[in-house]
Design a protein around this ligand. Structure first.
Ligand SMILES: Nc1ncnc2c1ncn2[C@@H]1O[C@H](COP(=O)(O)OP(=O)(O)OP(=O)(O)O)[C@@H](O)[C@H]1O
Ligand SMILES: [Mg+2]
Length: 582
């Protein structure tokens, strides 16, 4: 019942339209009774009774009802289409809003293809159910009931004989529904997989080409495509088994009618006209039987799709505002880690991290790849919650802060840069859409991006491709940096943001950053000593722990990990900035 209760939540808003539509369906069902009934009258009164004068009137009524029926059908079909389009509009909107609420943990676990399947195929099954299946079930049920009522009033026993097939049909329909349901779940599941393969192939097309793995990708696709075809065939095998049986039930009805009808007419229990009426009503009994299989299929398809959608809509973000959040609009930028530990699932990544930073300070983080640097700063944005210890900002536990307020005051240029397919200006102003042209240019200036942007023919209006295709790695990094700077945050996080920029440009960027970011707290993650040596505090992370901590000179004097990295990089570093090393 759950899927139907769920969809009712969406349809309720249109309940009067729904009622109106169903009433129209009801009228058509009633009108459907007129023509078979008149056929009987024509036989009894006009043909057998030789009352030819009645003919024009009767035929007029038949044509009239046919016309009226078509008009009403048009109106209610449009009506149901309207309701269904609005229902899936809302469903899509809710899925999308839920996706905005869900956190990194969800996106770490969920494939894009799965999400796309929810947004496309699954919502379409819901639309089809609302637009078509609901009224078809109602219409066929009504026609069946009306036709039965008509037949019972004309001749009780004859109608009873015809009804004898009904239990068989009920039994078959029930079995079909039970058997076909799991096959539709399997189809939805496989559709997600197919989507994921296509989506990954498109996003990764450069890797595919670079490794000349087109054949392998085609093989991977074929495997899922094969499976998708097979799941559909599995399902078809189930219903193909039932549909002919349901269909032949309809044929059996005809046979019963001819034999029993003949006997009834010969014995004089039934007039010939009444037999003709019965015969005309046969479709009203047949049709629901024929279509029952399809309706059961479509309903099960809806059940499977809606279950998938409901799981997505019911996924709660792990990170959300607590009930009692401390209200404030801005943060100053005091950051304190108190014995923070964190793991991704079972994988321990950060262990007992403690340090303090104040506004105006620059904290640099350096350490081997995979040591947990990016993870550490993602805790500041509360992309994840720490398992043990506390993370305080302005002395308040981040869990007691409004997440949106917190993130609005932090700007992060992340390691895996993402640019939208939009203009360069649109990308830089993403966080501050009403920023003026001057502000955008200012941010680009500090980020060391002005020069190459001005070099493009369209300048700031240059459209960058999906994910920033068309820009070099260093150019992308600088646009991402400008995007972060324009937000004018209290806490600025630069995760490997200048790694692809040449050392000279990087030096310039850091110089301008220092002059503009006096009152901010800045975190810089880098691999080059040159990027971190001027920081107020340098954290050296290894294997999730802070192994060294202090200023450049102190760390050099300590002759530990930092010192050895320095020695390794010293060569080229000395040549460029040797005079500043001191
Ligand atoms: N979303 C995730 N799910 C599970 N494990 C993750 C996830 N992100 C990172 N890890 C693991 O956590 C560890 C630390 O990763 P992190 O990205 O913090 O390293 P890093 O110090 O930033 O490395 P790099 O210098 O290469 O950027 C790694 O072992 C990585 O495999
Ligand atoms: Mg990293």
């Amino acid at each position: 019942m759950e899927p139907f209760r769920w969809i009712w939540g969406y349809i309720r808003e249109y309940k009067y339209k729904m009622l109106f539509g169903l009433f129209m369906v009801l009228s058509v069902s009633v009108l459907n009774m007129i023509n078979p009934y008149i056929s009987g009258i024509i036989v009894d009164r006009v043909i057998l009774g030789k009352n030819v004068g009645l003919l024009t009137g009767l035929i007029g009524i038949m044509l009239g009802t046919t016309l009226v029926k078509s008009v009403i059908r048009y109106v209610f079909q449009m009506n149901f289409e309207y309701i269904s389009q609005n229902v899936v509009f809302k469903v899509r909107e809710n899925i999308y809003s839920r996706l905005q609420e869900l956190d990194f943990d969800f996106f770490d676990r969920t494939k894009t293809g799965d999400i796309m399947a929810r947004m496309t195929g699954d919502t379409d099954a819901v639309r089809h159910f609302t637009a078509w299946v609901i009224y078809q079930i109602f219409e066929n049920l009504m026609i069946f009931i009306f036709a039965m009522t008509m037949l019972f009033t004309i001749n009780f026993y004859f109608a009873l004989i015809l009804l004898a097939v009904a239990p068989f049909i009920g039994f078959l329909a029930y079995n079909l529904a039970q058997e076909v349901r799991p096959t539709f779940f399997a189809i939805r599941e496989q559709f997600s997989r197919l989507n994921s393969v296509v989506q990954e192939n498109i996003s990764g097309n450069r890797v595919v080409k670079a490794f000349a793995k087109e054949d392998y990708e085609i093989f991977k696709f074929q495997r899922e495509n094969d499976a998708f075809r097979d799941r559909n065939l599995d399902s078809a095998r189930v219903w193909e088994k039932y549909l002919p049986v349901l269909d032949s039930m309809a044929g059996v009805l005809l046979v019963i009618m001819v034999i029993a009808g003949g006997v009834f007419v010969i014995k004089g229990y039934l007039t010939l006209g009444q037999l003709v009426t019965f015969n005309s009503f046969i479709w009203a009994l047949n049709n629901p039987m024929r279509i029952a299989g399809w309706l059961i299929n479509d309903t099960q398809r809806f059940v499977a799709a809606s279950a998938k959608i409901r799981i997505l809509l019911g996924t709660e973000p792990k990170i959300k505002n607590s009930e009692f959040i401390i209200k404030s609009d801005t943060i100053k930028g005091f950051v304190e880690f108190r014995n923070v530990s964190f793991s991704y699932g079972d994988e321990k990544v950060l262990e007992d991290i403690s340090f303090k930073a104040s506004p105006g300070q620059t904290v640099a983080i350096i350490g081997p790849t995979g040591s947990g640097k990016s993870t550490l700063v993602s805790l500041i944005c509360r992309f994840y919650d720490c398992d043990r210890g506390e993370l305080l900002i302005d002395g308040i536990n981040v869990k007691d802060m409004d997440i949106r307020m917190l993130r609005a005051n932090i700007a992060a240029a992340m390691q895996d840069i993402f640019l939208f397919s939009d203009t360069i200006e649109g990308n830089i102003a993403y966080g501050v859409p009403d920023a003026s042209v001057e502000q955008v240019e200012w941010a680009a200036g500090i980020a060391g991006a002005s020069e190459f942007i001005e070099g493009f023919p369209e300048k700031y209006d240059t459209i960058v491709g999906e994910r920033g295709v068309g820009l070099s790695g260093g150019q992308k990094q600088r646009i991402a940096l400008a995007r972060a700077l324009l937000k004018n945050p209290s806490i600025l996080i630069l995760d490997d943001t200048t790694s692809s920029v040449d050392m000279e440009t990087e030096h310039e960027i850091h110089k301008s950053l220092n002059s503009f970011y006096r009152e901010k707290t800045t975190f810089i993650i880098a691999h080059r000593i040159s990027s971190v040596k001027n920081a107020d505090m340098i954290l050296v992370i290894d294997n999730g722990r802070i192994i060294e901590q202090g200023k450049h000179e102190e760390l050099l004097a300590g002759k530990g990990y930092y010192y050895s990295v320095f020695i390794n990089q010293f060569g080229d570093f000395d040549n460029v900035y040797g005079q500043e090393v001191g």
